[in-house]
Design a protein around this ligand. Sequence first.
Ligand code: ADP
Length: 262
Amino acid sequence: SQDISYRVTVAPAGEGHALLTFEDVTEAEQMGQMRRDFVANVSHELRTPLTALLGFIETLRGAARDDPAARDRFLGIMEREAGRMNRLIGDLLQLSRVEAEERVRPTAQVDLQALVAGAVATLRPLAEGAGVAVELTGETGPLPVPGDADQIMQVLVNLIENGVKYGGAGGSLRIHIAREQLPRGPGIRLDVMDRGEGIDPVHIPRLTERFYRVDGHRSREKGGTGLGLAIVKHIVQRHRGRIRIESERGKGSVFSVIFPET
Ligand code: ADP
């Protein structure tokens, strides 16, 4: 059951008459609420590292002033917190850019196979540094689709980084390229499969919401902003593609994006 609200405007319309206008503001109201929630979330996410920074500045001026070891340690923490703010602002800007462009269809043709191979090559050192082996399987020939190369690259980076972050150390990540029929025509599917702990099904429908995290502490610990999958969603929508998330507790997760070929 959904509440419906109307805005009623009464305007005088000549002698003895009035004009009544009914305007459905349910959606407008919801948008307003979403915007307020978003602003509150952003403020909170920025304030947390900022509070830490202010606290450490005070400590450096006072108690830690003549203690070089403590000073170094605090500066390390401050650097990490500043990095967190920097990533958050970067992701916010990216999110607003992809939202602004969402209605503009990409016109260039890009080779998905080459993009995936490039993303894997770029991210392999990061993954291996975290003890995660990366394997690329499936289609090997050129796979042209209408798309924005930078944005598709961003999708791959976000999904692969999540696979590394949540896939568990000592694990492995498989990226698989396959053809798949979409309702409107042929498509190319990219699967990012990890062998992490998996995700409880109750969370899956909400993962692409801004700032939605299964475990906020863990995400922050790993440098997450909570915006990666929201960015993925907008980019995929712009390409008229699909996102599919399948996960099994204890076995791992598969994040798939499917791009139409035409
Ligand atoms: P974050 O910056 O927190 O990683 P994302 O939007 O990329 O933000 O992801 C949202 C949440 O989805 C994460 O906090 C995590 O709980 C969950 N998640 C994403 N990818 C995976 C994965 N491969 N395995 C398990 N959980 C994941």
